[in-house]
Structure formats: C-alpha cells, structure tokens
Design a protein around this ligand. Structure first.
Ligand code: FAD
Length: 489
C-alpha cells in the first residue's frame, strides 16, 4: 500500500516528496511529463524573494518569509548554488518613493529584516548602470537567486535516494474516494490506493481538485515573458532590480541569473490556454520598454534567447493549502503563484503538519540521508582539478557544449543518476549543455548521440522533452552512419 501519493513534480511536489522521505512511509510522486520541473518551476524569475511584497496575513507572506530563511540549509544539503545578492525596488520618479515607504511598512509587518530605503547616492554606488532619474530604492539584502530546475532536480534526486518512487509520463486521469476510506489515483498505466493524496499539479490543480470531488476553485494562467542576455554582459547589474509593483505583479525586473547571465521580464498577461508558453513580439516590446525604465543602456544585441512561464493564479489570489473538508485525505496545494518558489520549503513543512493533523503517523527513519552532490561543473574547476578528473575519467576531457564548457563526463553522470535525464531538455537542465550563446546549435547532435548510447535507443527515438518531440523525426536509419554520426548530405 502507498501511504501518500503526490500529484505533480514541480518544485512544490518535489519539496514535499523530499520532506516526506525523512519518514518511514511509502511515497509515490506522479508526474505527467517525462521529467521533473517541466511546468512553471522551469520558467520563472528564479528569485528567492525577501518577503515584503505579499499582503500581511496572507499565506503568501507567511510562507515566503519562512521559506526564504530555509534556503541556506537546503541548498547546502543538496549542493545547489544559492546566492543572497539582495534586491532593490527602484523609484524612478518622486511619486514612487511613497510606494517604497508602503512596501517598507508592509515588509516590516511581514517580518522582513533587514530592510531599508536607500538614497540615490547609495543606489548608484550599488548599481552604476541604473536610470539616472532614479531617486531612491528599497534595499532587501536577504533576497537571493537560484537555478529553479537545478533545485527541483536535486530535491527529486534526494527524495528518490531516500526511497520515494517517482513515476514519469504518468498523468493522473482519475482521483476518487473509495468506500473503504482510501483514495484511488489512476494514471493510464497504474492505479494507486492511498489514504492521502497531495494535489501539487500547478496550473492543473483546479482540475485535479474537481476530479476528486474536493473544493472548487479556478486557476487562471498569467503569462510572463523573458529575454536572456549572454554571459559577456554579466557586469551590467549586480542585484535583483524591480520597479515599484503593479496591482498584478512585481513588475518587469532586470536580474542576474545564478549561472552568470542576466534577464529582463516578466510581463503579466492573463491568458486562457494553460499550454501557451509562446513568446510574442508585443510581449518582447513590452518587457524591453519596462526594463529600459530601470536600466536604459540594455545591450540588446546580446540577447541569446527568450522564454515564457505561466503563473497559476487562483481565484482567492492566495495559496490554497488545506485538507479538503469534502474528501477525506485529499490535500490541495494549489494557486502556488509567485512567491511559490521562495515559499516551497515552508509549503512542504505546512503540508507535513496538515498530514499529521489528518491522522498520518510520522516515524523518522534512522537512515535518512539529507545530502546529495551536484554534477560538478567542469567549467568551475581549475587546471589541476581538471587534469585530475580527466585522468580518473577521460570522458571529462571531451567537451560537448563549447559555449558552457560541458563535458561528456557530466552528461553521462546526468543520465546515470537516480531521476536521470532522458531527453535533450533533461540534459540542458542538469548540465547547461545547450543553454549558452549558440543555444545548442553545436552540441545538440553530440548530446543526442550520448543519450542514444546511454539509454540504448536509436538516435531517431531521442526526444527534446518526451514522446512526440523526437528531434530527428522524419529521418530514416540511413541518416545515421556506423559510428552513430549523422549524414548531413
Ligand atoms: C513568470 C513567473 C515568474 C515567477 N517568478 C518567481 C520568483 O522569482 N520567485 C518565486 O518565488 N516564485 C516565482 N514564480 C512562481 C513559481 O515559479 C511557482 O510558484 C512554482 O514554480 C510553482 O511550483 P509548482 O510545483 O506548484 O508548479 P509546477 O512547477 O507547474 O508543477 C506542477 C507539476 O504538476 C504536473 N501535473 C499537472 N497535471 C498533472 C496530472 N494530471 N498528473 C500528473 N502531473 C501533473 C505538471 O506537469 C507540473 O510538472 C514565478 C512564476 C512565473 C510564471
């Protein structure tokens, strides 16, 4: 029997899975896609917010503050890079200063500390490339940046190491309460019976709740588009830079990434289609206009790619984290829009408390291992370390992605781990191969070859992100020569 079924392998589902893996329980996580972090958790601003933005008294405010404080320990245990680089909300006109004062009060009410308004002079010292009209800023040193898919993969790996079963390509198609007090959860391949089901299905949490006969709510997708700049512009800005917020979002920011790029975005537009992550030319214009108000001299010739993510906005406009009063054992974790990434560790704590209140007995395992090691990036090693690694395993001497200096050794490690990569996107998220300036133009054929060899499948079957996205679709066996190379002629 399964003790707990988790629906959804985003950062929230994986954080809950890892927390539950501390206890003597049988836990299954079901994810409809071929990898974790395939939904909103792969496409967001990646900021661990300080916590001044949410309205006092909301779950968003409470869990953001607690979540932020937990990141140092979690990232240390999981070997995930995390930097508290601080954030600035910039007033670009005198009127905006009143907004900064409101945010300062709100932040104090939420318990954010330290938090202060800094002068124009202090602001320019911190950020020399900021709009010369800027007159003050709200400074929150506890804000940080992270790679959200690296975090989600690490959580899933650690949960799996500690006994959680993760099933991919497993869309939940039915959930219902049975007469024996258990719940039944069905995917196209399997049926699970469990006393507890956690609904962490992101944009689709409302549909899962309805399927289970639990409380009704709606999730509206709110799109945010982004542009990413090449690493060569990494000295453009130092901190997370926000404008004063709008009613609907924190506004279009300019922000460094943990991997050394920087991005502008996101805008904020409600849409209908929960699958529409396309980037539009209007959206790009909107984010460039917005970002230029903060940093006028954006080096647009160095944009390397664009993407969009969808916020899961509930009709309550707050997180919905509660045991159903209608269906025993069903727990909703829905409407996890921003600051959901920042709050994820605290959401997991809250879910554990709810499970206990609902009658789950938690007995700590004595062999729980909180530690997991990252795929160590070759690019971060010095020459001596590189030589040693290559002597130990010559695959580290074979650079596959030139832009990001990713070696064959790292790619093989990404595939062979628990919860290993199965697609080009899986490799990209775990190693950064394909995320550099050429966006995979050089390395993709080489990564396909390694995936094919390691997974024991034809290169024709290797996908970008799961079934239906075969990269060499339409090609025949003749396209591949006896060495596994491709005949371009
Ligand atoms: C533009 C944008 C910017 C953001 N910026 C920030 C930020 O800077 N800081 C911050 O804290 N937060 C931010 N967020 C919010 C943050 O990204 C989310 O709160 C968080 O990623 C939500 O994680 P999740 O696990 O709930 O959802 P998801 O990552 O969407 O995971 C849900 C999973 O459920 C799976 N699923 C769905 N239906 C089924 C089914 N039937 N069966 C099985 N699996 C299913 C999906 O495939 C998906 O993998 C931002 C969001 C957006 C869109």
């Amino acid at each position: 029997m399964t003790d707990v079924v988790i629906i959804g392998g985003g950062v929230v589902g994986c954080m809950i899975a890892r927390e539950l893996s501390r206890f003597d329980l049988s836990v299954v996580l079901l994810e409809k896609e071929e990898d974790v972090a395939s939904g909103t958790s792969k496409a967001n601003s990646a900021v661990i917010h300080a916590g001044y933005d949410a309205k006092p008294g909301t779950l968003k405010a409470q869990l953001n503050i607690r979540g932020n404080a937990l990141f140092d320990k979690i990232c240390d245990e999981l070997d995930v890079p995390f930097k508290r680089i601080g954030s600035l909300v910039v007033a670009v006109k005198e009127d905006d200063v009143k907004e900064l004062e409101k945010l300062l009060e709100q932040g104090k009410a939420n318990g954010v500390s330290p938090l202060k308004i800094i002068s124009k002079e202090e602001l320019f010292e911190l950020e020399p490339n900021i709009n010369s009209k800027a007159c003050a800023a709200l400074y929150a040193p506890t804000a940080g940046i992270i790679n959200p898919f690296e975090l989600t993969v690490a959580l899933a790996e650690n949960a799996a190491q500690n006994g959680v079963t993760i099933r991919f390509n497993s869309p939940v198609v039915d959930v219902k309460a049975c007469d024996d007090g258990m719940m039944m959860v069905k995917t196209p391949h399997e049926t699970f019976h469990s006393p507890f089901v956690i609904n962490a299905a992101g944009l689709f949490a409302d549909e899962i709740s309805q399927m289970a006969g639990a409380e009704a709510y709606t999730i509206t997708p709110r799109k945010g588009e982004y542009l990413i700049f090449d690493k060569r512009c990494s000295d453009m800005i130092n901190m997370v830079i926000f404008p004063t917020p709008t009613k609907f979002s924190k506004g279009i920011l300019v922000c460094p990434t943990i991997d050394g790029n920087f991005f502008i975005g996101p805008n904020s537009n409600d849409i209908e289609d929960k699958h529409d992550t396309g980037v539009t030319s209007e959206g790009i214009d909107e984010i460039i206009r917005g970002a230029r108000r903060l940093v006028p001299g954006l080096p647009l010739e160095n944009v390397i790619t664009s993407f969009a993510g969808l916020r899961a906005v509930s009709n309550t406009n707050d997180f919905i984290i509660e045991a159903s009063r209608k269906v025993k054992g069903f727990i909703n974790v829905g409407g996890i829009q921003s600051p959901g990434l920042s709050s994820a560790p605290a959401i997991a704590e809250m879910v554990i408390e709810i499970l206990q209140e609902e009658g789950l007995t938690l007995k700590e395992k004595n062999n729980f291992n909180s530690r997991r090691n990252r795929i160590y990036p070759f690019r971060e090693l010095n020459d001596e370390e590189r030589k040693k690694l290559i002597r130990h395993n010559p695959a580290y001497g074979h650079v596959i992605c030139r832009c990001e200096t990713v070696t064959e050794g790292e790619i093989v490690d990404a595939i062979r781990r628990p919860v290993g990569a199965r697609s080009l996107d899986g490799i990209k998220r775990r190693t950064r191969a394909g995320l550099g300036r050429c966006q995979g133009g050089f390395c993709s054929p080489r990564v396909i070859k390694i995936l094919s060899r390691e997974l024991g499948i034809s290169p024709l079957k290797v996908t970008k992100c799961g079934q239906g996205s075969e990269i060499l679709k339409g090609r025949t066996k003749d396209f591949i020569d006896s060495d596994g190379d491709f005949n371009e002629s």
